[in-house]
Design a protein. Structure first.
Lengths: 388, 258
């Protein structure tokens, strides 16, 4: 776009030179790729770390295949979750939806002899139905999304437990197993193809359809969306239906991958997927998201977990690492947004205010009390009984 | 300059009354506006300005009274009905989705689409081009960039995007603007007033609600003063001054009508 002041006014209200620089600033040009900077930097950090610590076992084609297959499971849900979060929504029920739909699919196949090509679409449409229920609860009953989907997470999990009791359903038709872990000779695995296809679909939805545009508009300014005649509630429901359908698909992929499913499967799908999406630069405050960023986020989490496994670090450290990554990336994006306005001060200036000193005093006091209690316990320690 | 009484007004509201429960918001109010003029509506808080405008834009239904458009009876069933008849509004909040581009905002709710393999997809390129054209040709505004979030534009340019959204409708006959300059600095205010004149010069009737009498005198052709749900007066801007309009607003000088 050319310079405003250089253009002669053809209309009535123009003519005054615009004091601002014409065209997007460098910062604004970069802004579009911000969603990728965070996860890419962290992916680079993981790669660098592994290149130092365990290059031989990490940098193997077979290992990247494992990473991709692990990530594939989360790709469909990350795609839909990106849209959900863009509308300022959240869906905490996806793990239970995946478990419930997989259990029902397993029963239909194993106890009622349904063919796989009915059972798989059935699972996806059951997931969509769960999403529809979520959407209706949020839009019609006006239950806030956080509580509404949290409650439905309990309900769907309960249904799954009622249906399956403690039973593990296993040994599915080979087509379902293929969806979860099938290989295409000389190419990536079938679940990876499915996952990437859903992300591609998501990209088209996000950039080229009313659904994507309205999801952003609703998240950006719900009142404006309403005023411009967008059927806000209907589009919110669409987004949750898509989310549910993708959770159903993930349920099928998980069942196929493990060739088994039980009512307690997929316990942390919701937080893992939300983490991947948020790490990928989608704003929890709505209106801003990135499908490509979500792909990067999913890959980062899978690479990180794989790295921890490769380093033989205890499994439970995974959740510590995931939590740290989420906090780091959200703090990073918030910091980026903030420096837009006031430029930000130096680290030292942040501790200079009396308010900051009070906070520091609280931190010091809490540490002192906790430390003192440990010391007290140690001084008065009696007989010990082994924990493990 | 603007003949008022001779022609049939584009919009005429007659004897409009509106009650909310026991509260009378409007009582027997008239309003006329011609094509190609700026009518300012001024008055204290609670004088009935917003209620009157919401009746014209189809948001409220009047309890009593009639409306005509170019002499024909005008019955509105909701705001979208008003938009279909060529009556639109720009709100004080501008109703812009700040994260979206100007073009996406301009076409929000009425996107241009194309069909690809039987699927309806957004035609982003055409929307961008059309948005640029409407802003340039109808409002004489060239945005800093078409590819930035609308939030990064100046107040005046955001205003232009909101106005362009209404003006893009080629059937637009009446544009209502609620406090267009309330949140703007002096320079942005001047630009917005020029935008209002640009819209008026295209033969569109512009109704401006404002608290700023300076702005009202700078841009309007006539001023309607509301007080306690009634029309306290109507004057030609060129034949009046701030003091007498202020007097009508607070009720000091009664029957100062032109």
């Amino acid at each position: 776009m050319s310079d405003t002041s250089a253009a002669p006014a053809t209309g009535h209200a123009s003519g005054e030179p615009d004091a601002l620089a014409a065209g997007p600033t460098t910062r604004e040009r970069l802004d579009r790729y911000v969603a990728l900077i965070g996860p890419m930097a962290m992916i680079a950090a993981v790669l660098l770390l592994m290149a130092i610590l365990e290059p031989a076992r990490y940098f193997r084609l077979s290992n990247f295949d494992i990473i991709l297959k692990d990530a594939a499971l989360y790709m469909p849900m990350a795609m839909a979750m990106t849209l959900v979060i863009c509308t300022r929504g959240i869906d905490l029920s996806i793990g239970s939806v995946a478990a419930l739909t997989a259990i029902i699919m397993a029963y239909m196949v194993k106890s009622f002899g349904f063919p796989w090509w009915v059972a798989v679409p059935l699972a996806i449409s059951l997931g969509a139905l769960c999403g529809l229920v979520n959407g209706l609860i949020i839009t019609r009953l006006k239950v806030p999304d956080l509580i509404g989907t949290l409650a439905m997470d309990l309900a769907y999990r309960g249904f799954a437990l009622v249906l399956a009791k403690g039973v593990v359903l296993s040994r599915f038709p080979e087509e379902i197993v293929a969806i979860g872990r099938g290989e295409i000779p000389g190419f990536v695995a079938i679940p990876v193809v499915i996952g990437l296809s859903t992300l591609l679909l998501g990209y088209v939805i996000y950039t080229r359809t009313r659904l994507g545009r309205y999801a952003l508009a609703i998240g950006s300014n719900p009142e404006a969306a309403e005023l411009t005649g967008i059927p806000v509630d209907r589009y919110k429901i669409y987004v949750y239906v898509l989310m549910g359908a993708m959770a159903g698909l993930a349920g099928v992929m998980l069942a196929g991958k493990l060739n088994a499913v039980q009512a307690t499967s997929a316990p942390f799908f919701n937080l893992h997927v939300i983490a991947a999406v948020v790490v990928g630069g989608t704003s929890l405050f709505g209106g801003r998201g990135s499908i490509v960023g979500s792909l990067a986020g999913v890959l980062l989490l899978s690479m990180m977990i794989n790295a921890l496994v490769t380093l033989r670090i205890e499994f439970f450290w995974q959740s510590v690492a995931s939590g740290a990554v989420i906090i780091a990336s959200v703090a990073f994006y918030t910091w980026l947004q903030k420096s837009d306005r006031d430029g930000g001060g130096s680290l030292g200036s942040k501790f200079a205010s009396p308010e900051a000193r009070r906070t520091l005093r609280l931190i010091a006091t809490l540490f002192a009390i906790t430390g003192a209690l440990f010391l007290l316990g140690w001084l008065f320690a009696g007989e010990t009984t082994a924990v493990r | 300059m603007v003949p008022v009484q001779e022609r049939t007004p584009l919009i005429a509201m007659r004897g409009i009354g509106k009650r909310f429960g026991g509260v009378t918001a409007l009582d027997d109010v008239d309003l006329e506006v011609q094509a190609g003029e700026v009518l300012a509506i001024v008055g204290d808080n609670g004088a009935g300005k917003s209620t009157l405008i919401k009746i014209l834009t189809g948001v409220y239904r009047p309890t009593s009274g009639t409306m005509t458009m170019a002499g024909e009876p005008l019955l509105l069933n909701g705001h979208s009905d008003a938009i279909d008849r060529g009556i639109d509004a720009v709100y004080q909040s501008l109703a812009l989705a700040d994260h979206l581009t100007p073009a996406a905002n301009l076409f929000l709710g009425s996107e241009l689409t194309r069909r690809v393999l039987g699927v309806t997809l957004l035609d982003n390129r055409r929307m961008r081009r059309e948005a640029e054209r409407v802003l340039q040709e109808r409002l004489g505004v060239r945005l800093r960039s078409m590819d930035v979030p609308t939030s990064s534009l100046s107040g005046g340019q955001r205003q232009a995007v909101a106005i362009a959204r209404a003006v893009y409708n080629s059937e637009l006959k009446v544009l209502v603007m609620d406090e267009p300059t309330a949140a703007l600095g002096p320079q942005e205010t001047a630009r917005t007033l020029k935008l209002i004149q640009a819209v008026r010069d295209q033969g569109i009737a512009v109704i401006v609600i404002s608290h700023s009498l300076d702005d009202v005198f700078a841009v309007s052709d006539r001023i309607q003063v509301m007080r306690r749900g009634r029309r306290a007066g109507i004057v030609r801007t060129s034949e009046s001054d701030i003091t007498s309009v202020l007097g009508m607003i607070v009720g000091a000088a009664d029957r100062n009508a032109a």
